[in-house]
Ligand binder design. Structure first.
Ligand code: HEC
Ligand code: HEC
Length: 239
């Protein structure tokens, strides 16, 4: 018969063997996925996992846009290209209040304050794109979204709608250097984003991120599709 004490030792030994095994497996899993290392450089400025909760103050201190739903947001072709040759998307930085001075003539952007985005080579861009496409938070928003046919609209009507009727230009540019600076430029939005992201974001920005700085304008899907038609025109009929 084994004594109580011996049995205990055997149990403890077994447990520590299991623990070592689990630890080994986890290290191997991390090693098998070297891309995680690349994404860890991004975490200095971007959220790659969903924060449990974020105060508005924390939101305003953020340096780059959230990436934890990247797989439901970007078009892979655009993403891979942009990472190799990043252009300015937020004319006044991700929280514009940090990079603008308000004057009587309007807001002045402190250009020198803005981040110069790290550039990746082609292979890194491919690997990072693949890793980002595994980040699929908010899938439930786009899962059942039905998208009608997106028809291009005339530049003139589209611009009138975007600027005058819907007021988007107070925060967004629909041409380089033309429009508001508190939101990202939208003249390349149609190439940048998945259609389902564009539509659902315009309908309800807070569904994507509770602390989104874009107000919910309660647009009807038909109106949203018209606006997206304008963004399509902007990207396909470039001068
Ligand atoms: C020093 C801070 C910083 C680091 C590091 C950084 N980024 Fe960014 N990122 C930004 C800023 C700021 C923007 C907004 C770009 C702009 O408008 O100029 C941005 C924009 C982006 C965008 C476009 C986002 C959008 O929705 O418009 C992607 C994609 C992106 N970064 C991916 C990455 C990846 C991947 C890495 C790591 C390899 C990375 N970034 C590292 C600051 C950073
Ligand atoms: C009061 C300013 C404001 C108005 C008005 C506004 N937006 Fe925005 N919008 C923003 C900001 C700021 C963001 C970025 C969200 C964030 O960083 O929290 C954004 C994000 C977006 C995005 C997602 C882009 C991305 O990079 O993820 C789309 C698409 C968009 N807006 C379209 C529109 C359209 C179309 C209109 C007009 C119906 C509009 N917005 C009106 C401020 C505004």
């Amino acid at each position: 018969m084994l004594s109580e004490a011996k049995l205990m030792t055997i149990k403890i030994n077994l447990l520590s063997m299991i623990a070592t095994f689990v630890m080994l497996m986890t290290t191997m899993a991390v090693k098998a996925n070297p891309v995680d290392g690349i994404l860890s450089d991004c975490m200095a400025c971007h959220a790659v996992s969903e924060p449990s909760e974020m105060t508005l103050d924390e939101r305003m201190k953020r340096i780059g846009p959230s990436l934890f739903y990247a797989g439901n947001k970007y078009q892979a072709i655009w993403l891979e290209k942009w990472l190799q040759n990043p252009t300015r998307l937020f004319p006044a930085g991700v929280y514009y209040g940090e990079h603008t001075v308000v004057t009587d003539e309007g807001d002045i952007v402190l250009e020198t304050d803005l981040v110069t985005h790290p550039k990746l080579d082609q292979q890194q861009a491919q690997e990072v794109t693949r890793a980002l496409f595994k980040l699929k938070a908010n899938s439930e928003i786009v899962a059942d979204l039905e998208v009608g046919e997106i028809k291009k609209v005339s530049q003139r009507m589209g611009s009138l709608n975007f600027r005058k009727f819907k007021g988007c230009a107070s925060c967004h540019q629909d041409a380089e250097g033309d429009g508001g600076v508190s939101g990202p430029e939208l003249y390349t939005a149609f190439e940048r984003f998945q259609l389902t992201y564009l539509i659902s974001y315009m309908q309800n920005p807070q569904a994507w991120e509770p602390k989104s700085l874009m107000p919910n304008q309660h647009l009807k899907q038909k109106d949203v599709e018209k606006l997206v038609g304008y963004l399509k025109t902007l990207s396909e009929d470039k001068p």
